[in-house]
Design a binder for this molecule. Structure first.
Ligand code: WTA
Length: 633
């Protein structure tokens, strides 16, 4: 059953059918029109230059400043007193920042970064929890043309070091510690560990005091934010940068062990982040209170907390903590407190709310909500219905938004007020975007399941993998090289009405609570333990997290520990090497791994085992008896 748009909502919606029509009539002119929603210091001479495909140039010769567009512009237009950020700290403290205050803070940071000798093109790593200074730092980098690389504060020192080295970061910005369910966990200490040992490109570590815990200190290298940025001048003149100037690098998991530094640039990225935020969330500046629950460590936080919303003069909630701190009412209390109208979260959280029970949201007045969004993984129809009924009061449209770190902004989604929605379906490519479902040979399907491809360049597309353009071509473009299509790595289906359903990854990337983790990355962490000779990892279906990590390991002859102690050690090893989010749910010690005659591990069979299914086809297996052994262990 489809949910038709509500007439009243449709009448006032930002988007209309006309948006599809104008995009179809002249795609490039359509995007030029969207770009004109921003302030350009110098206009472009050409909308798209695709001559160097797959590296696009959008808005060629155009110049703009991202921070000016996200902050200064609104103050100059007379909205300086509008709240930009209602920040809610985990322990219950809060802080409101108006656009004028945000401008002063960003300017101070920009002045101090300049004083540190940082210049346009330099890289800065941001390793912070969800505090206002994290957003201020990102905007200050954008203002100066510094390329930021935000590293999720749940990542390990090893992961941080790898990202700092790969990007050649000169500065790391962090906090003393971070609040997690009522306790202050160290964070600066992780930076010290990351930078210890061999010399790195990092010259300074700038530290925001958040929790007040003691921190180790390296004189000359480490700097307190409150001794430096806070004293800097609040006036700063933003300079415009080329539309293709690198804005940020964001590392994401691929099918091999090494994370990929996805590179995004300025003009096209901001155009699409801004356009999608305006239309997909039907955002009305000065009226809506918007809340995206993501962390800035992921792309959703970049595009839908920082750049999209702020470019549209949004008043938004930013929350530091977990949804059950101090208890399961927290999100609903926040919605009530600020009168949140637009709420954007991941299916895994919706399923967690379902588990906690509907009495919890029912204890709160959620009537301010008028639109709900979903992102990060396929949303199962049951969770979709629950979300609409229990959180959305049977009233709100739901936008299920498909996109990736690589796409930079939303690509496939219903438009609220325009598209009739089906529970679990992302429905259709947005105006200006072209997506197809194709079979293995690249034949375009008009119904049925296949691979999801993007067959036209789009403004916020990645411009490459930092330092590895060969890998960029191989990963995304080689699969359908003759057609020149971008291969997303996802499967999709078109139903009998031609509506699109995203089915999930078709490669060795797992999706745990909306986080992308590669099987190879976890395997390499496991074999890093001296007791493990070989490891195979699969993502098994999990009722709450979408997928959960299940590992199978073969021990070395020297393995001293076996059994539970070893499993506990291995789980800790993965948390340490990558992050607690990559910690396997189960680890099975097995005598052998199922391999094809060419030596490839048959993950499909391991997935069957992990999900407790009858074994599928084992005919290509070297030794089908392996499974008897695995089943017994
Ligand atoms: C998955 C997050 C189904 C998909 C923005 C994609 C989704 C990967 C959806 C990107 C959705 C994201 N429906 N699957 N609405 N949104 N995905 O880079 O497998 O962290 O390839 O970007 O998440 O994850 P990433």
């Amino acid at each position: 059953m489809a949910f038709e748009p509500d007439a009243e909502f449709a009448a006032a919606a930002n988007a209309g059918v006309a948006l599809y029509d104008s995009a179809t009539a002249d795609r490039l002119e359509f995007w030029a029109e969207q770009a004109r929603r921003l302030h350009w210091e110098q206009p472009w001479s050409q909308v798209l230059d695709w001559s160097d495909a797959p590296v696009a140039k959008w808005f060629v010769d155009g110049k703009l400043n991202v921070a000016y567009n996200c902050v200064d512009r609104h103050v100059l237009d007379g909205y300086g007193d509008q709240v930009a950020i209602h920040w809610e700290g985990e322990p219950g403290d809060s802080r409101d920042l108006t656009y004028s205050e945000l401008l002063a803070e960003v300017s101070r940071a920009a002045n101090y970064f300049t004083e540190l000798g940082l210049r346009a093109g330099d890289r800065v790593a941001i390793y912070m929890p969800m505090v206002p200074e994290a957003i201020i730092s990102m905007l200050a980098c954008a203002r100066l043309g510094l390329t930021h690389s935000v590293v999720f504060a749940g990542f390990s020192p090893t992961a941080l070091r790898q990202r700092c080295d790969d990007a050649g970061a000169r500065l790391v910005i962090t906090t003393d510690g971070q609040w997690r369910r009522g306790t202050a966990a160290p964070l600066k200490a992780a930076v010290d560990e990351a930078l210890g040992g061999t010399p790195s490109s990092v010259e300074h570590v700038l530290v925001v005091r958040r929790t007040g815990i003691d921190v180790p200190w390296t004189e000359g290298r480490d700097l307190w934010w409150h001794d430096t940025v806070t004293d800097a001048s609040p006036d700063h003149q933003a300079q415009a940068f080329d539309a293709e100037h690198p804005l940020f690098i964001l590392y994401t998991s691929g099918t091999t062990g090494k994370p990929k530094g996805i590179l995004h640039t300025t003009g096209g990225y901001l155009t699409q982040a801004s356009y999608t935020h305006h239309n997909v969330f039907d955002h009305k500046a000065g009226q809506d209170v918007y809340w995206c629950t993501a962390d800035i460590g992921w792309v959703t936080g970049h595009s839908y907390i920082v750049y999209g919303p702020l470019s549209n003069r949004t008043t938004q909630v930013v929350y530091e903590g977990t949804p059950n701190s101090p208890d399961e009412h927290r999100h609903f209390q926040i919605i009530e407190k600020y009168g949140v109208t637009i709420y954007y979260t991941a299916p895994t959280l919706v399923r967690t709310f379902m588990k906690w029970g509907k009495e919890i949201p029912a204890a709160h007045d959620l009537s301010s909500l008028r639109l709900l969004g979903s992102v990060g993984e396929p949303i199962n129809p049951e969770a979709w219905r629950w979300y609409r009924e229990v959180i959305g009061g049977n009233r709100t449209p739901i936008v299920d938004t498909w996109w990736q770190t690589e796409t930079g902004a939303i690509m496939i989604s219903p438009l609220p007020g325009v598209t009739a929605t089906k529970p679990g379906a992302a429905m259709a490519a947005l105006p200006g975007i072209s997506a197809k479902v194709v079979d293995d040979d690249g034949a375009v399907l008009d119904n049925g399941s296949g691979l999801l491809v993007l067959d036209e360049p789009w403004p916020s597309m990645l411009r490459g993998i930092w330092g590895d353009m060969d890998r960029f071509r191989e990963t995304y473009w080689d699969r359908f090289a003759s057609q020149g299509w971008y291969f997303a790595g996802d499967g999709a289906k078109l139903d009998e009405d031609g509506d699109l359903w995203v089915l999930g990854r078709v490669d060795d990337v797992m999706n745990v609570s909306g986080h992308r983790i590669s099987t190879a990355e976890v395997e390499s962490a496991l074999v890093g333990h001296s007791g493990v000779a070989e490891a195979a990892v699969v993502g098994a279906t999990d009722a709450t997290t979408g997928q959960a990590i299940v590992a199978f390991v073969i021990l070395t002859a020297e393995a001293t520990n076996t059994g539970e102690q070893l499993v506990a050690e291995l789980k800790a090893e993965v948390s340490r090497a990558i992050s607690p989010i990559a910690r396997p749910r189960e680890i099975h010690v097995v005598p052998e791994l199922p391999k094809t005659r060419s030596g490839k591990i048959m993950r499909r069979l391991l997935r069957d085992v992990a999900e407790g299914r009858e074994l599928g086809d084992t005919s290509t297996l070297v030794d089908p008896k392996v499974f008897e052994a695995i089943a017994k262990s």
